[in-house]
Design a protein around this ligand. Sequence first.
Ligand SMILES: *Cc1c(COP(=O)(O)O)cnc(C)c1O
Length: 396
Amino acid sequence: MIPQRTAPGEASSDPGTPSRPELEEGTVGRAVARIDLGAVSRNCAHLRSLLTGSAELCAVVKADGYGHGATHCAKAALRGGATWLAVATAREAEALRAGGLDCRLLVMGALTPEDAWTAVTASAEVVAWREGLVEHLAELARAAPVRVHVKLDTGMGRLGTADRDEAARVSARVAAHPRLELAGVMTHFATADELGDDHFPVQLRVFTSFVEEMRALYPDLVAHAANSAATYRDAAAHFDLVRCGVAVYGLDPFQRDPTERGLEPALALESYVADVKPLHAGESAGYGRRFVAPEATCIGVLPIGYGDGVRRGLTNNSEVLVGGHRHPLVGTVSMDNITIDLGPHTHVRSLDRAVLIGAQDDERLTAEEMAGRLETINYEVTCGLSPRVERIYVGE
Ligand SMILES: *Cc1c(COP(=O)(O)O)cnc(C)c1O
């Protein structure tokens, strides 16, 4: 398979100018995210296989598909059996429509009046929990009724109303309005990823009883609550639809090894060895001399840094694969470069491929491992990859 570039190089019309070489499977780039869309599809098929009853899968592709590329991943998710998409913002919905996606699409975030216009214009479904927004949405509705999902805050303490009566009142208002459609009711869990905690079951109980009450009035409602963690944790949380994000990309919602849960990480982060140089004992690499060679060694210089989303907290605190082996990241992560310790007798040569996340031979570095070193979660690692990282899509 020939990998596709996001922005193919333009062929030059001047016969004297060589055209830009394509970055192909075997070649290296300075900061490349290789995204396996087949893995995205397979992760969705796997998630669907977990679902009970007639529950459907909504693939969450907010934040540019958790850094993986929203439009490409949305298409791959639909190929894998997802039937809905969700994003956080109206602008994200607009971009998906522009990318040719015409399935049901939910904007989950809060909306300014302007955002509401953008969402409605993109034929996206929206979330409301106050009557003020409902009235505004009704004014915006034109050709088709605006589909509204009413959000009950069952213990997340963020978006949604914690007042069941208000949720019921807002639902009634939507249902009664000729230019609005009460499409669903929803909630969001605060601790689904903390196995064994006692808050999740409480939230689930409150929402289940709310759904029963609402279904009696509006039998066609789509009730939804589960994120990836809740989808794994409890089938009772599946209702009519699950909203899975992180697992779609093969990232583990519980911050463990994703393969234990049947997930395939879709993203590999790669760079290459731009130079190999000897360092004598006492010489240093990088800003602030944060690494001083205790004895003679060789340093590999990789042209990727925090400007690409390789966080500075990985300074003297990470490993990179080259030649199928782990090498310690030594010295300060700078904006455009990092340095790794190759040892005194290295076979590594310049232009060798380097892997920061992903597999090489039998070794593997996960986003979860990197997140652990940074005391954060895998979500933040992939969302943090900057636009300067070239995305290459394979496995379509
Ligand atoms: C982001 C988000 C999700 C997806 O969560 P994951 O943990 O990535 O599966 C689901 N629902 C809401 C409301 C969200 O904001």
